[in-house]
Design a protein around this ligand. Sequence first.
Ligand SMILES: [Ca+2]
Ligand SMILES: [Ca+2]
Ligand SMILES: [Ca+2]
Length: 313
Amino acid sequence: MKSRLTLLSLSFALAMLMGACADTEFQPGVTHDASPFGGFDFALSLDGQQSCGEVIDLVFVLDVSSSMTRILDTLEREIDRVVTASNALAEDSRFGLVPFVDNHVIDATGPLEGGKVHIAAATLQAAFANYRDIYTAYNINPADGPTGPQMQNPICEENALDALYAAAEEFPWREGSTRVIIVATDDTFLERPDNYGDKDGDGDTTDLFYPREGDYPALRTLAETKTLLRANKIRVFSFSWPASAGLSTCGTGRRLPAAFAGAGWNMEYKGQSTLSDSTDGKDFDLTQIFGGQISLTETINNVVLESRCNPIK
Ligand SMILES: [Ca+2]
Ligand SMILES: [Ca+2]
Ligand SMILES: [Ca+2]
């Protein structure tokens, strides 16, 4: 994706900076670690965006299986920077959250639209902490609720696809908004008619020996999900497991070879292009987030900035 940046309007950019982050001193044109946009030089970036009028709808589709604790920790700690940066670009930014493992829920703990819409960092922080402390910590699937079966995840693949489809279909996207989905996961997914609860792929989901089976059908295909995302003009930006990081391990068996943990994200999925390529988004290396080489929140802020007023190709 190509950013469409035009030259600066210093007074306006400065006014935005003061409003966005009153307790931090900024030099226009100088990158600053504490900037709500991260290292992005946003004296150069804000001008030229102001007239398009797009509000921002940003939805997190997050793998909350047990290996993802660090991402939830990071988001809880830094989400206020994303909220601040987004509102500095366009007032009235809205946020959503769809946690998934082998199934998903549309988080409904926000203040608007039946809870599906968050507008402030505090309710998002509470939600990230809740999914981490209940679902991630005990390997419970989100749609099973807090008293659902624990240690319930018999194969490595996680159901991002149905979570993405639900986000595209059920989040109350506003007319004409900049529409961004951030998805973070360290594995690939299955397609209908497979079943995430069928550890040996024999069509039966009732084996209770560890890792316990259960009925967690894949509801959608990759093609269906891409079609809906494109129809609804939603970009997907993914943080995923790259082949360069070596084989991903998850402690159970898996359906697809371990070398394909990034399939659909940073490499083809059964001959089909990735979700980010298909939606004019981008993929990032999750292990560089884990390792601290790139900042999750700076990256999110930059992709929102570059998506705004930039129609999908
Ligand atoms: Ca996992
Ligand atoms: Ca799984
Ligand atoms: Ca089975």
